[in-house]
Design a protein around this ligand. Sequence first.
Ligand SMILES: NC(=O)c1ccc[n+]([C@@H]2O[C@H](COP(=O)([O-])OP(=O)(O)OC[C@H]3O[C@@H](n4cnc5c(N)ncnc54)[C@H](OP(=O)(O)O)[C@@H]3O)[C@@H](O)[C@H]2O)c1
Length: 166
Amino acid sequence: MFEQGREAWRALEAAYAAGKLRAIGVSNFTEADLDNILSSSSVAPMVNQILAHISNAPFDLIEYTQGKGILVEAYSPIAHGELVKNADVAEMAGKYGVSVPQLSIRYVLQLGLLPLPKTATPKHMESNAALDFTISEEDMERLKAVPRIEDYGEASVMPVFGGKLS
Ligand SMILES: NC(=O)c1ccc[n+]([C@@H]2O[C@H](COP(=O)([O-])OP(=O)(O)OC[C@H]3O[C@@H](n4cnc5c(N)ncnc54)[C@H](OP(=O)(O)O)[C@@H]3O)[C@@H](O)[C@H]2O)c1
């Protein structure tokens, strides 16, 4: 498995060296997966795209990845839409006069991550980019303590939401 990962990375490095790719990175990589690549490569991954949102952020992996100088990209920052059902998060969003998606995206930004939200609704896209507010340190701590979402609804069948990667 680790050898396959190294082989795939060598192919990406070659494409990068040839100028065919502007940036190369990985997704859902654990600390061991990263070490496997870092110990055998000439180009380090530029990004590790992982599941990270209020209630479910792998802080150790984030710190480890950032410590290696690799950008952490937070996919599903709104928990695939599930966070809008959380009454406590909604209450805090109301305090800041923003929507739950805005609070959720701002949260990962303040963790030093690059948010990767998705929307098919132009109005949501517009408001999701309007993040000119700051979550207080105290509220960041409260958000870090929000109990983990256990049920991602229909998305739970996907490995990343079913917890099969953790
Ligand atoms: N690397 C991986 O393994 C992996 C795994 C999963 C996902 N991803 C990527 O991560 C990105 C986002 O993932 P995601 O779609 O799972 O999660 P997400 O961005 O957390 O949530 C998307 C959901 O939130 C809703 N939403 C977004 N903005 C909203 C707003 N302002 N108000 C109300 N609802 C809002 C969307 O509905 P509307 O369309 O109606 O706005 C959609 O149902 C995608 O590009 C996906 O490809 C990567």
